[in-house]
Ligand binder design. Structure first.
Ligand code: NAD
Ligand code: DAU
Length: 337
């Protein structure tokens, strides 16, 4: 069995590649990634020589290369993570989000259709539903209308609709998964949790947008990997599945939790200008996925504790990242702090 994972050098795709290589030695796992600023292969040093792992450097939007690769390798399954994923970057530079997330997905769909893959799993996000108010009884279900608010979420919603259309028009077997915010090992340090950990460890100010009251629904990345594995094997053809673990926290709670575990002062918190179009609250109803047999295994309080420990033990991975072009990104995004 040949399984192509796109974006397998990034955060979630990277965790998924390792999960699949270790769990299924009998399957060949291909990791296709362009290695943008968000992708790196050092995270795969423990599996890079495994016989059932192969890396291919390519741009998903490069039609000729992708079509030829699919023709040559005849993949059985595609699990599609590759994307531009950071909301803030989409606000300053939307174009690459359309190029990669929309046009890149369309190229993959054409290639998957050409060789009749058994299933195309499209990894999407709860952000396609827009946002919720603070009423704790409201959740995103698979029937919530799409109402994306950022260029990032609009590009993801567009790609979801293309996947749906290829299923309806050409009969391409597919599932779409829509997950809430992930946390865990190898989370790129531009995102709230790893950014806070790295800043607090260096006694630097942590930028909190607005008043810090916005709510995200956090899920451990390995629970997300297990969900995708289940959908790949058991998902009903053509269906959408929401993924989330009912772990709602305000951004301020997250930042204070990290500061407390690292034994530092809350004086490090700095409230800064709010993100444009900042979504208020995300919260997932995962009932449909649970009916398929999925349950999250990580409790958030221990999951975040273990994640902070992981960042302390794996400075070799993230210190290298934040010393490079990341510095320029940080200054452009937050000014000189
Ligand atoms: P990430 O930014 O950490 O990784 C993205 C990967 O895609 C990188 O390795 C990058 O090199 C690669 N890539 C980018 N453009 C490419 C191109 N043109 N061709 C080939 N590879 C390319 O992203 P992530 O946080 O791991 O998210 C992965 C997927 O999951 C995305 O589709 C995202 O929308 C979705 N998602 C993320 C979250 C989250 O909390 N991070 C939650 C729900 C859904
Ligand atoms: O919900 C799923 C989405 O989660 C994914 O689709 C995205 O790819 C992923 O990046 C994530 O999006 P968010 O915008 O929710 O994640 P981020 O870590 O950027 O921000 C989390 C919250 O923290 C959000 O409300 C904005 C806030 N924030 C973020 C940063 C980077 C701050 O207050 N300060 C910051 O410096």
């Amino acid at each position: 069995m040949k399984i192509l994972v796109t974006g397998g050098a990034g955060f979630i795709g990277g965790n998924f590649v390792q999960y699949m290589v270790n769990k299924y030695p009998e399957h060949m796992i291909y990791n296709l990634d362009l290695l943008t600023y968000a992708g790196d292969l050092t995270k795969h040093r423990d599996i890079e020589h495994d016989e059932n792992y192969r890396f291919v450097k390519a741009d998903i939007a490069d039609r000729a290369t992708i079509m030829e690769l699919f023709e040559t390798e005849q993949f059985d399954y595609v699990v599609h993570f590759a994307a531009e994923s950071h909301v803030d970057r989409s606000i300053t530079e939307p174009e690459i989000f359309i190029q990669t997330n929309v046009l890149g997905t369309q190229v993959l769909l054409d290639a998957a259709k050409a060789i009749n893959v058994k299933k195309f799993v499209h990894v999407s996000t709860d952000e396609v539903y827009g946002d919720l108010d603070f009423d704790p009884t409201t959740f995103f279900t698979e029937d919530t209308p799409l109402a994306p608010n950022s260029p990032y979420s609009a590009s993801k919603a567009s790609s979801d609709l293309l996947v749906r259309a290829y299923h309806e028009t050409y009969g391409l077997p597919m599932n779409i998964t829509r997950c809430s915010n992930n946390y865990g090992p190898f989370h790129f340090p531009e995102k709230l949790i790893p950014l806070t950990i790295s800043r607090v460890l260096a006694d630097q100010k942590v930028p909190v947008y607005g008043n810090g009251a916005n709510v995200r629904d956090w899920l451990h990345v390995l629970d997300h990997c297990a969900a995708i594995d289940l959908v790949l094997h058991k998902g009903e053809n053509g269906e959408v599945y929401n993924v989330g673990g009912h772990n709602e926290r305000t951004n301020l709670e997250i930042v204070k939790t990290i500061i407390a575990q690292l034994g530092k002062s809350e004086d490090l918190i700095e409230f800064v200008t709010d993100r444009l179009g900042h979504d208020l609250r995300y919260a997932i109803d995962p009932t449909k996925l649970e009916a398929l047999g999925w349950q999250p295994t990580y409790n958030f309080d221990t999951g975040i504790e273990q994640t902070i420990e992981w960042y302390l033990e794996n400075k070799w991975w993230w210190e290298n990242i934040i010393s490079g072009e990341y510095q320029q990104y940080f200054e452009k995004q937050y000014g000189n702090r």
